[in-house]
Design a protein around this ligand. Structure first.
Ligand SMILES: Nc1ncnc2c1ncn2[C@@H]1O[C@H](COP(=O)(O)OP(=O)(O)O)[C@@H](O)[C@H]1O
Ligand SMILES: [Mg+2]
Length: 210
């Protein structure tokens, strides 16, 4: 694949969207084509799936159904947004990806890591990020500060502690493709640490424009 695929992961409220935006802006200023996107919900069909999963009005949703909706969102997002961008050589910066599903549905909802990972890998055609930045934070300080939690944010402390541990375990399994940073420290310093790790993955923008 010609492009570069960078993912931000971590709990709710850890600063993923903030850092994804800072990185995308910086890359754009360096002359790269950047696609800043997120999961779930950054396609027309995905927005409907996101609505079902996150809206408290959905009420009780079978954990397997929840998982498959996330997987469907990913499959469609890859097809419509991520793969076309990577194929034309763009840098894709994505807010959440497969690890969120493994952490929230696998560990959080306790659905069994191995089979869930097989579903996630099938849904995404085994596309792995070149780099995943994990912003790590005690859920008490992240999701705990959200005034009106959605269905997943409101799933309880034990759920979020299991998810945090799973994010860290996934990173520890493949350190070459992960950067783990403590979240909610100075946001410029986090951004600088991310850039330092991303730069070696980039080709000269002059080459890709030529
Ligand atoms: N490094 C940081 N230090 C303190 N607060 C931060 C930092 N980064 C983001 N925030 C704030 O924390 C909140 C959640 O950030 P956001 O980027 O939306 O997190 P996420 O996308 O992971 O849910 C926002 O109010 C944001 O302004
Ligand atoms: Mg966000």
């Amino acid at each position: 694949m010609a492009g570069v695929f960078i993912v931000f992961e971590g709990g709710d409220g850890v600063g993923k969207s903030t850092q994804a935006r800072l990185l995308a802006d910086w890359l754009q200023n360096q002359g790269h084509e950047v696609v800043l996107t997120f999961e779930p919900g950054d396609t027309k069909a995905g927005a409907v799936m996101r609505q079902i999963v996150l809206d408290p009005a959905t009420g009780d949703l079978s954990p397997r159904a929840e998982t498959l909706l996330y997987a469907a969102d990913k499959a469609h997002h890859l097809y419509e947004v991520v793969l076309p961008a990577l194929e034309r050589g763009a840098i894709v910066v994505c807010d959440r990806y497969v690890d969120s599903m493994l952490a929230y549905q696998g560990a959080g909802r306790q659905l069994g890591a191995d089979r869930l990972e097989a579903i996630a890998r099938w849904a995404t055609g085994d596309l792995l990020p070149d780099l995943t930045v994990l912003l790590d934070l005690d859920p008490e300080r992240g999701v705990g500060g959200i005034a009106r939690p959605d269905r997943v944010e409101g799933a309880g402390r034990e759920f979020h502690l299991r998810a945090r541990a799973e994010f860290l375990a996934l990173a520890a399994r493949d350190p070459e493709h992960y950067l783990v940073l403590p979240a909610r420290t100075d946001r410029e310093r986090i951004a600088a640490a991310v850039r330092e790790r991303v730069v070696p993955l980039l080709s000269d923008p002059a080459d890709t424009l030529a």
